[in-house]
Design a protein around this ligand. Structure first.
Ligand code: NDP
Length: 330
């Protein structure tokens, strides 16, 4: 059984005489910095001179260039996009990461694939919220929190886990539960969701939309029926809240029968072979290499596919729904 930590397992005093340098004031950086500050801790921000810098100043933080923040900070939170972390680490952080400091991640990618190799005399930890930054903040303000995965890759101080638990508490995660994981587990599962679960869902909706419109159904009706009414998001919420299968009781018997009988037809057991292939590419590093190549070339495939997706007729149908149905897409 996985180990789960709550407020009583975490002690903020491990952060009391330390400065946390939050590098990157974006989705996670802003939320975590604000929660840490509201937890009574010393927080500074490291940023490039952009809109995020100005926002952090407006929010009342002391903001420094990344190198300077890394020098001042005892615990360095790497909360910039994963694909720029290696470069920024090499140029701005590495030298400042002196003995006894800690490097904290919100996702394990760069450690899992060996892109960042911190020195042995620093703690390397991860507190990875399972939620977008906005919710990390709003749930904290509401007096609750979001679950996180916690991991220790290197324990140079002998207190790496205590520090990670204190961070978890300061951002609100131990209020609801923090699950002990590893950099490899968190990264591989995250990539798996992104590369199997979400493609299956998005591809299914896209192909269904195309087929149904070709069959003569109205694009707006199809988009609303498939996902636009937010019924699909409600089903996901109930899966998490009530249970993956138990939530079926909210649907008609016809719906339940249709889902249970057609499931194995649309995705037979043999599909597990394809699922294994996707997982293998994640585990053996071939996806990571492919993504690195794509970045080096300036994202040609990524940009083309994204552009194509944004031109898809589903976009027009959604806009029409937004105009036609009150309260949707506000
Ligand atoms: P963001 O995309 O919000 O970027 C964070 C900040 O980094 C922004 O202020 C951005 O500035 C800045 N930035 C972008 N490029 C550079 C660069 N080259 N050098 C320095 N700063 C740069 O990141 P997220 O908060 O989404 O992700 C941070 C980490 O958190 C990642 O490891 C991610 O996997 C993890 N994570 C993210 C979640 C989320 O909610 N998005 C959920 C859980 C984990 P600008 O705005 O100018 O681009």
């Amino acid at each position: 059984m996985v180990k789960v930590y709550y407020d009583q397992d975490a002690d903020l005093s491990y952060l009391k005489d330390k400065t946390s340098a939050i590098i990157g004031y974006g989705n996670q950086g802003k939320a975590q910095a604000m929660n840490m500050r509201d937890s009574g801790l010393s927080v500074i921000i490291g940023s490039i001179k952009d809109a995020s810098w100005d926002e952090a100043v407006e929010d009342g933080f002391q903001v420094y260039p990344i190198k300077e923040a890394s020098q001042k900070g005892d615990i360095i939170f790497l909360l910039i996009p994963d694909e720029v972390q290696k470069d920024v680490y090499e140029k701005e952080i590495k030298e400042a990461l002196t003995s006894g400091k800690a490097l904290n991640f919100a996702h394990g990618y760069n450690i899992r694939y060996g892109l960042i190799k911190p020195p042995e005399d620093v703690d390397v930890i991860m507190v990875a919220p399972r939620m977008i930054g906005v919710r990390v903040r709003t749930s904290f303000v509401e007096g609750t929190g979001v679950p996180s995965f916690l991991a220790v890759e290197q324990d140079a101080s002998g207190h790496a886990k205590d520090i990670a638990l204190a961070i978890s508490k300061a951002i609100g995660s131990t209020r609801v539960g923090v699950l002990e994981s590893s950099f490899a587990e968190e990264t591989e599962l995250d990539l798996f969701s992104e590369q199997f679960i979400w493609p299956v869902i998005t591809r299914t909706f896209r192909l269904s939309f195309e087929l149904l419109v070709e069959a003569g159904y109205s694009p707006e009706i199809v988009a609303l029926e498939l996902y636009g009414s937010e019924e699909a998001s409600e089903v996901f919420r109930e899966m998490a809240r009530v249970g993956f299968f138990k939530q079926m009781s909210f649907h008609s018997h016809t719906s339940q029968y249709g889902t249970l009988t057609r499931g194995p037809r649309v995705m037979p057991e043999e599909e597990k072979e394809l699922i294994k292939e996707i997982l293998e590419e994640i585990k053996d590093g071939s996806f990571s290499k492919e993504w690195e190549e794509e970045q080096k070339k300036g994202y040609p495939i990524f940009n083309r596919l994204k552009e194509e997706a944004l031109q898809h007729p589903m976009n027009q149908a959604e806009e029409n729904i937004g105009r036609l149905i009150k309260g949707l897409r506000d």
